[in-house]
Write a protein that binds this ligand. Structure first.
Ligand code: GDP
Ligand code: MG
Length: 202
């Protein structure tokens, strides 16, 4: 079994994060918790690449459609597009493709204990309107499903982060070649993960 400290996740700072000069602030939040960047690059993605990214998981379309419909039901409203999750997901994917390709993105692989869950916790929930204060989405952006649907665009939430270990594995392989990922040791790993601290006082 993989030790939890070696877990990896994919993070992509979306074009709105780059445009708003939040690259440093976002990376700072992952670094300060103790996570390690093992790969990083800036690129402009094309539409096919973005479609492939979001459909790596065959269940994503249904899930994102259901999530969107539920957000309306929770407010006692009917979804403006359809009651069919797949029809809703098709529209979300079309908007996502133009959002993510609108400018440069910064993609990175982040490694460390429970990287997938820790990063998702720091990123916050999908809709900035309800993301917790203290999370990246809660602290730096104010978009909502209502506003993005009204304006026929994707919800702008600064960042993508893998949702599960299996998703991370597929996404990392989609964005990075194996030789773009660097294996190295951080000096702080001893204090984060070492089984005892006997050496600290020499
Ligand atoms: P994430 O894992 O929190 O990023 O959320 P998902 O994987 O469910 O959705 C991927 C991205 O699609 C989100 O980050 C949003 O940018 C966008 N998105 C998801 N659901 C909706 C929606 O209901 N409406 C709109 N306009 N955009 C959405
Ligand atoms: Mg997701």
């Amino acid at each position: 079994m993989l030790h939890p400290k070696n877990e990896r996740t994919l993070v992509v700072i979306k074009p709105d994060g780059v445009e708003r000069s939040l690259v440093g602030e976002i990376i700072r939040r992952f670094e300060r918790v103790g996570l390690k960047i093992v790969a990083m690059k800036m690129l402009v993605a094309d539409q096919e690449f973005v479609k492939a990214h979001y459909t790596l998981d065959s269940g994503w379309m249904k899930g994102v459609g259901e999530k969107s419909i539920k957000a309306y039901i929770d407010q006692g409203k009917k979804h403006p597009i359809s009651d069919d999750p797949l029809a809703v997901a098709e529209v979300i994917l079309r908007k996502l493709r133009s959002y993510i390709t609108a400018g440069p993105v910064v993609a990175m692989v982040i490694e460390g204990a429970h990287a997938v869950k820790i990063v998702r916790k720091l990123v916050g929930s999908t809709e900035p309107l309800s993301s917790d204060v203290g999370t990246i989405r809660g602290d730096f952006v104010l978009d909502s499903y209502e506003m993005s649907d009204l304006d026929d665009r994707s919800i702008r939430n600064l960042i993508h982060a893998s949702g599960s270990v299996a998703e991370a594995k597929r996404e990392i392989a989609h964005w990075f070649k194996p030789d773009e990922i660097i294996e190295y040791r951080h000096v702080q790993e001893e204090i984060l993960y070492g089984p005892n601290l006997d050496d600290v006082l020499g």
